[in-house]
Design a protein around this ligand. Structure first.
Ligand code: ADP
Ligand code: MG
Length: 251
């Protein structure tokens, strides 16, 4: 069974236009189909505004399809009664480390998800210890998130997601908002996660990283998957003209 199955996903943002005095629609995802298996590392590339974040939010069930269907761990993201179970299955780490941490101390942030799931205290304790150890943040358990560097905050955001024991982790440009010297530690941690067998879907502008770690790379443009391939093929022998142009700019 696939961990994630996306079939003919279409998504339109609806916005009220004061000028036109009507609701206008904007198609951000235009008929995407996609399957992700256990152990896959899918890198997602594309220009700004191409629909990458919208897709990540769809996979995390933060947005519902306008049409089409998404199964995460076999569960339909459009079904409200399964949202909690979907949250246990797929966790999303966002771009900005500052908007994700809300606790007074690190431990509270890492415990937040499991507590909401009603997990017993002893088990939560074990999960916090494990998540902090695997992100190299054990020493910061009692620290205030506000006192951490951007890279450390992002590692805690990852620990927070790990504490849910997810089957798949989703990342939306997890290093784009970091100072350059912090990027490496977060990418290194993500590599370790991938090596440990975690299934990962990563929207990124880090081409070297995508090429090295991904099992498959997708190029999204205009809300569509324009090309997908193994990294070597993807980077060395792109077919789609827009991908060629994109790569010529970023490489
Ligand atoms: P990316 O992450 O690739 O930069 P997004 O998924 O954020 O792209 O955006 C895809 C398209 O949807 C863009 O045209 C963007 O302007 C539009 N969009 C994104 N978020 C919203 C929103 N909340 N309301 C309306 N339009 C949006
Ligand atoms: Mg984005």
């Amino acid at each position: 069974m696939n961990l994630i199955d996306v079939k003919n996903l279409l998504f339109k943002y609806k916005m009220y236009s004061g000028e036109k005095e009507e609701v206008i629609e904007h198609t951000a995802i235009d008929n995407i189909s996609l399957s992700i298996k256990k152990g896959d590392f899918v890198g997602i590339l594309g220009h700004n505004g191409s629909g990458k974040s919208t897709l990540a939010k769809q996979l995390a069930a933060l947005l519902k399809p306008s049409s089409g269907v998404i199964y995460v761990g076999g569960m339909d993201t459009a079904k409200e009664e399964q949202i909690l179970d979907i949250r246990k299955t797929a966790g999303l780490v966002f771009q900005n480390p500052d908007n994700q941490l809300i606790g007074n101390i690190v431990e509270e942030d890492v415990a937040f998800g499991p507590e909401n799931m009603g997990i017993p205290a002893e088990e939560i304790e074990m999960r916090i210890t494990k998540a902090l150890a695997s992100t190299g943040m054990t020493a910061y358990r009692e620290a205030s998130p506000g006192a951490l560097s951007g890279g450390q905050k992002q590692r805690i955001a990852i620990a927070r997601s790990l504490a849910m024991n997810p089957d798949v982790m989703l990342f939306d440009e997890p290093t784009s908002a970091l100072d350059p010297e912090m990027v490496g530690e977060v990418l290194e941690l993500m590599k370790e996660l991938a090596k440990s067998g975690m299934t990962m879907v990563v929207v990124t502008h880090e081409m070297g990283f995508a090429r090295e770690v991904a099992t498959r790379v997708l190029f999204i443009d205009d809300g569509k998957i324009q090309e997908q391939n193994a990294p070597k093929e993807f980077f060395e022998n792109p077919q789609n003209p827009r991908l060629k142009e994109f790569l010529s700019k970023v490489l």
